[in-house]
Design a protein. Sequence first.
Length: 330
Amino acid sequence: MRRLLWPSVALALVIAYPLLFSTPFQQRLGALVLLYAIAASAWNIVGGYAGQVSVGHVVFFGCGAYAAMGAYAHFALSPLVGIPVGIVVSVAIAAVIGVPTLRLSGHYFSMATIAVAELVRLIVTNTDYLGAGVGLSGPTVPRNVFDLSFISALPYYYLFLTVLVVTLGITWWMTESRMGFYLRAIRDSERAARSLGAPASRIKLYAFMLSAGLTSVAGALYATIFGFVDPESGLGILISVKMLIMAALGGAGLLFGPLVGAAILVPLEEISNNLLGGQGAGLTFVVYGAIIVLIARFQPGGILTLIKRLWAKRGKTPDTSTEAGAAHAP
């Protein structure tokens, strides 16, 4: 029961956040934290658990965003209709590019994903059907609730919270399954995992496809809250960098690591942009670079790993308390 105490408290605070912080800026900030936590959690499946650092995940993010906006722009349908389309397209692209790129390892795989992302961005920028450099817009006036066009950020907050819970549930299910066991073994040593009979290529491809599908959902939700998508906002490489840093900052390969990273990075970026205006855009890159250096140098495991280590040093872990209680029981 003590293990469930802090997660339960955290969940209660997340649910009550819009009631405790009721200004439009605070509610929108909370919604953006949850949105980027979804994207970072999706990236965490392949980058954290499988150890394949993809810097081109924005391709799948953009697929979801363009599918949602395209459903309205070309067919006058609800953006919701575009979400399953974006998932199918993202999974298909992941299957096609995953077979050759996942044979690479380390920075070679990362560079290959960057090349694919830039190629897709250039193609979309020169495709009139996808809005070219202008992009696609959603409904300016909501026709019904299924258009997901709300004046207040409150509906978005609880919508994103629901999707985040589902994403974390899928991730938890994966980690507890045989697939999760294989992924951890591959991350630690792919050669050793192969020697023990683990189907490394197939499992990495499955993780890549699952991550792509969930990332496309995050992209679709991003497009609905902002009401449009263009090559920069939907396919800019900085989006992939955000996913990577959020997961690494909180703890890559940990269930709640991306959420912790998003809770730190998103407010930092939004507040700096509000204070500095257009001048804050360049500062964002500086902050991201500094975070990468600090994580790599001092805490590769992320903030949650550091907290667990400090908690264990104090001798107050739930396992220690339980064992001590059992030892003194009659």
